[in-house]
Design a protein around this ligand. Sequence first.
Ligand code: ZN
Ligand code: ZN
Length: 375
Amino acid sequence: MHRNPEVSYHEEETSQFVYETLEAFGNLELSRPTKTSVVARLVGAGSGRTLAIRADMDALPIQEDNDFEFASQNPGAMHACGHDGHTAMLLGTAKVLSGMRDRIRGEVRFLFQHAEELSPGGGEELVEAGVMDGVDAVIGAHLWAKLPVGKIGVTYGPMMAAPDIFEVTIKGKGGHAAMPHQVVDSIAVGAQVVTNLQHVVSRETDPIDDVVVSVSKFSGGTTHNVIPGTVEMVGTIRTLDPVVRKRVPELMERVIKGVTQAHGASYEFRYKPGYRPVINDEEVTREIEETVKDVFGEDTLEIMPPNMGGEDFSAYQQRAPGTFFFVGAGNEEKGIVHPHHHPRFTIDEDALGYGVKMFVNATFRLLDGAERSKG
Ligand SMILES: [Zn+2]
Ligand SMILES: [Zn+2]
């Protein structure tokens, strides 16, 4: 899989490989809810609840800079986030559980999702296709380079941010750079807008709330003696709390409007909501924590604070209580230190076994645990 990466919405061969591999396991009902996704249902011998487990399968448009014999053979595409590992872990889990059908009470639904890396994302499409119908709980995991192999990272409540996008166009009046009185300088006004946007986080939102506003692209102008009529900027807004999330773009627009008006310019503000924040369910998270302790012991458990990355696992959490967790995949001694989305990203493959054991054991805990509590 690592050798044959396919970018978001183009996972044709990957999903075909997954389909054929699952077919060989037996006991699974397979379907293809979208062109490049696969869902496998394992209906257990006994009746009970339904658990969904999700893995994403897409690669990134990055040229791989590793020299492994299994390095990417698709120029300009690379599994640089570890989604090939997620798919491998879920295939492993499906293999183990499909051989234990007699012992399963309820249903396990394996969701092999396309396009996690590209908004609007495959998660939402799968939910719309009905893959969460009748599901009582959902879990998923991300291999995590920042966390050493041998650790499982668990977060209660908000875990990952809503990664929203904004675009601003500042409209001034172009002209000769030597005659600034005859122009409305879009660059000077744009610079003021960037500076004042910093106040949205530092002066307008509660320091306890987690918020990021970053202008990450600023473009305008062509040469030394022409003041451009417009500049464009693009950036990201990250929030964990849906209430704060709603408020930030309103504050931003107020600032942009005020600054541009003060200088006789005008603006366009476009806000593009990304994925929802990943917010973990209290009870499912406790079961995941207990699974870590049961299977590996206390030392493996790492209770982690939230981070401002985004994940479309949140789409499934709209339909059922769910928990996303991290599987440690870094290893400094082996030189496995590069971050996700880096051309030299890789994982310690020992992590894959941890992921499979987590999924298999959490399945029994989440399906049978409910049975227990029903008495
Ligand atoms: Zn990624
Ligand atoms: Zn990822």
